[in-house]
Structure formats: C-alpha cells, structure tokens
Ligand binder design. Structure first.
Ligand code: GLU
Length: 276
C-alpha cells in the first residue's frame, strides 16, 4: 500500500470512528422492538409516586405513562428492570435496558450521552425536614447536614443555592429516608413530589415531617433512550402527544396527582404539544 492510500484509509477510519452512530449503523431500535413485541424498561422501585412496588409489582406514574406509550407503539411484552438514580445511566449505556423512565430530569450533560423524549412531567427540588426543625428553606442550610441520593441532579442544585451545606450522599432513596429517620442528616433534598412520596415511609408518618421553603430548581422529566434512534424518539413523542390530546395523560395525571392526593398543591404540569 503506498503512502497516499494508507493516509486515505486512516482518514476514512477516523471519520467512521468519530461520526455519530446513525439509525442505520446501530439498527433501528423501534423496528427491532416492534418486531419482537418486547422491550426492557429501566424503572425506579424506590421513588414513590413515580416508581415503587405495589403488591409485588412496579407501580407509579412513570409505570403508567410508559405502559400507555408502549401499547400505542404495539409493544406488549414489557420487562421492567429496577434501576436507581446512581446506576440508571450506565444500565442504558451498557445496553441492559432499551429505554428508561425513571424520574429522570432532562439535563444538557445527560443529553450528551443519551437522547430524551419531550418532557412528560416537571418538578422542582425541595427540602424535607422534621416538623419541629428550625430549617425554613435553603437560606438555613449552611453548616447543616443535608442528605442527597447519588446520581441525581440534587447535589449540583444544592451547591448552587447553598454551597456551605454539609452534603451527605447515600446510594438510593430508601437510604435517604433512613438517614433522615436516624438523625444522620437534618434535611433531605430531591424533587418535591418524591419528597412527599417518601414522607409516608418516615417514622411518625407524613405529619411528623414538612417541606421547608419553595422549590429551587426546574426538573423536566424525559424518557431516555440510546442516542440517534430518531424513529424510536419520534414514536415515543408522538405517543405522548396523542395521550395528551385524547385525555389519557390527564386521566393518569389525576389518578396520581389529583385533588384527592397529597401532591395536588405541588404539581401543575402542562405538556407543550406541537401544533397540528
Ligand atoms: N429528577 C432528578 C434527577 O433526575 C432527581 C430524582 C432522581 O434522581 O430520580 O436527577
């Protein structure tokens, strides 16, 4: 091989190696899922009301949303794979699941590694403290011990508003509840809806614990999938918008966050469907 041909080959290899994987190169994941009729979905089991065990089965808002989306895509055989905030990204990147619906905020840094659907929910980060705590909001956090769950946006967000708080990172939301119950931390922080969900599992029940102050971040939730699967992403977005338009979304939303629930005063989400 002469030098010119070798150089040309190197350039070609470099270009192939560096170009983003297209649907063609990776295979069309939507087509594969529809052909087999089965999918592996990463879901939370420690994150009420989005994903938690109910009578031994995964239940929650995320579970209901993805079940409806997948039915609209003609995919009936759904294997729910438990993930945590700490391992969800890796589970998707390693190909152990096909998609994730896991109380997961669409962030720009995550978006570099995976693709997201349009937002299907939005929350804001809050603080949960004992009812008799003197913490009234983020302004009281300096020098206080505050618990967060690994792999979530929460640590970064607290550092923006209360850099002098003493942060204690635990592995998952079950451990976060335990840290507050044991008095190892004075406050725990994550998305407000999740805090309200976790409050039930604390000693003394919901009345012994309260939210302190206003939400201090914006957390748009998206369904995550491998990068550059535009057919899959378009189909998921289309299903979400159809759910919004035909009232299925509202029905699910009301069943989890409606007037009869402890979440009613804290969530107001309206999707932004594309115009017809
Ligand atoms: N929504 C936030 C996040 O994606 C916090 C909740 C969670 O970790 O699942 O990081």
């Amino acid at each position: 091989m002469n030098l010119r041909v070798m150089l040309w080959c190197c350039c070609l290899l470099f270009a192939v190696g560096c170009s983003p994987r297209s649907d063609d190169q990776a295979g069309d994941l939507l087509a594969q899922l529809q052909e087999t009729g089965s999918v592996r979905v990463g879901v939370k089991l420690d994150t009420p009301p989005f994903g938690f065990p109910l009578a031994g089965e995964p239940a929650g808002f995320d579970i209901d949303i993805i079940t409806s989306v997948l039915a609209r895509l003609g995919i009936d055989e759904v294997t729910m794979v438990p993930v945590t905030s700490a391992n969800r990204m890796e589970t998707l990147l390693d190909g152990e699941v096909d998609i994730l619906i896991a109380s997961m905020t669409i962030t720009r840094s995550r978006d570099r590694l995976v693709d997201f659907s349009v937002p299907y929910f939005q929350d804001g980060q809050g603080l949960l403290v004992a009812a008799d705590s003197d913490i009234t909001g983020v302004a009281d956090l300096p020098q206080r011990r505050v618990g967060v769950s690994a792999g979530s946006t929460s640590l970064h967000n607290v550092r923006q508003v209360a850099p002098q708080a003493e942060m204690v990172t635990v592995e998952n939301f079950a451990e976060l509840v335990q840290a507050l119950a044991d008095g190892r931390v004075e406050a725990i922080t994550t998305d407000t809806t999740i805090l309200i969900g976790l409050r039930r599992d604390l000693p003394g029940g919901a009345d012994a614990w309260r939210l302190a102050g206003d939400a201090f971040s914006t957390e748009p939730y998206g369904i995550a999938m491998p990068k550059n699967q535009s057919n899959l992403r378009a189909a998921i977005n289309d299903a979400l918008m159809a759910m919004w338009e035909d009232g299925d979304y509202q029905m699910l939303y009301d069943s989890w966050f409606g007037a009869h629930t402890p979440y009613a005063d804290h969530v107001q989400f309206g999707m932004t469907p594309y115009p017809q």
